[in-house]
Design a protein around this ligand. Structure first.
Ligand code: F6R
Length: 233
């Protein structure tokens, strides 16, 4: 694991931007994308740049089940708002939260099998989740239907208005699929992530901490700010 410690999220987004730029310069054909607040500054930086993704396919990690693509809380909406309306990709894939489980899992697994991910971007959940793979998920898992844990529901309810019902389930690319990416870039900022960062890097490799699976991958880059790194030995 290559650990890059930065002062704050501004420096972190610069670093992650540089890595993506290098991969593009080396003809990256498929990038795995994440949503969440961690990636917002990075996407802003990308939008302001002249990076060209017209030859790159994007594959997103996850989507809530039961939200239409137009719903403001859906990850389709997030990606359009924060990246895709400004940067055109060759093709972009996001799980379809409106599709029947059996069909969607097969469709998304086929997409991942047909498009080997060169660089997978990840955020880190406070409970150590990657994608929406909650503690206990098999490290061999493919795309799956996930029951979101209380920790994730609590962490993400800030995005929902009071009168909006937050979905309890999501489709997520599995941990096995994430680990099949050639390179993984995981980013975490803030004191809320410090415990998960410690377990990811220093803890035992155990399915109770999905991010500890990254210790088994040969090419992982971790970008953390001082607060997120504060509990590391
Ligand atoms: C989002 C995703 C999640 C988030 C994680 C961190 O597509 O897969 O794993 O990356 O929950 O979320 P933020 O960045 O909002 O703290």
């Amino acid at each position: 694991m290559k650990i890059i410690k930065v002062k704050d999220s501004i420096k972190g987004s610069e670093k992650s931007f540089d890595i993506i730029k290098d991969f593009l310069g080396n003809n990256m054909s498929v990038i795995g994308l994440a949503t969440g607040s961690t990636q917002l500054q990075l996407y802003k930086r990308i939008i302001e740049s002249d990076l060209d993704f017209s030859n790159t396919i994007s594959i997103n990690l996850d989507e809530y089940i039961g939200l239409a693509k137009e719903n403001k809380q859906s990850y389709h909406y997030y990606m359009n708002e924060n990246l895709f309306q400004y940067k055109k990709f060759k093709k972009s894939y996001i799980p379809n939260g409106d599709n029947k489980e059996e069909l969607e899992l097969e469709r998304y697994n086929n997409i991942i099998n047909d498009n080997k991910i060169d660089l997978q971007l990840l955020g880190l959940g406070e409970n150590g989740h990657i994608g929406f793979n909650e503690p206990g998920t098999s490290f061999k898992s493919k795309t799956n239907k996930v029951k979101l844990t209380k920790s994730t529901l609590d962490a993400n309810k800030r995005f929902f208005d009071e009168n909006e019902i937050m979905p309890k389930y999501a489709y997520s690319m599995g941990i096995g699929s994430i680990l099949s990416a050639k390179t993984i870039l995981i980013i975490a900022y803030g004191i809320n992530k410090a415990d998960a960062v410690k377990k990811m890097i220093e803890g035992p490799i155990d399915e109770s901490v999905p991010a500890s699976s990254l210790q088994t991958h040969k090419d992982v880059i971790i970008i953390i700010d001082e607060a997120a790194a504060s509990k590391l030995n």
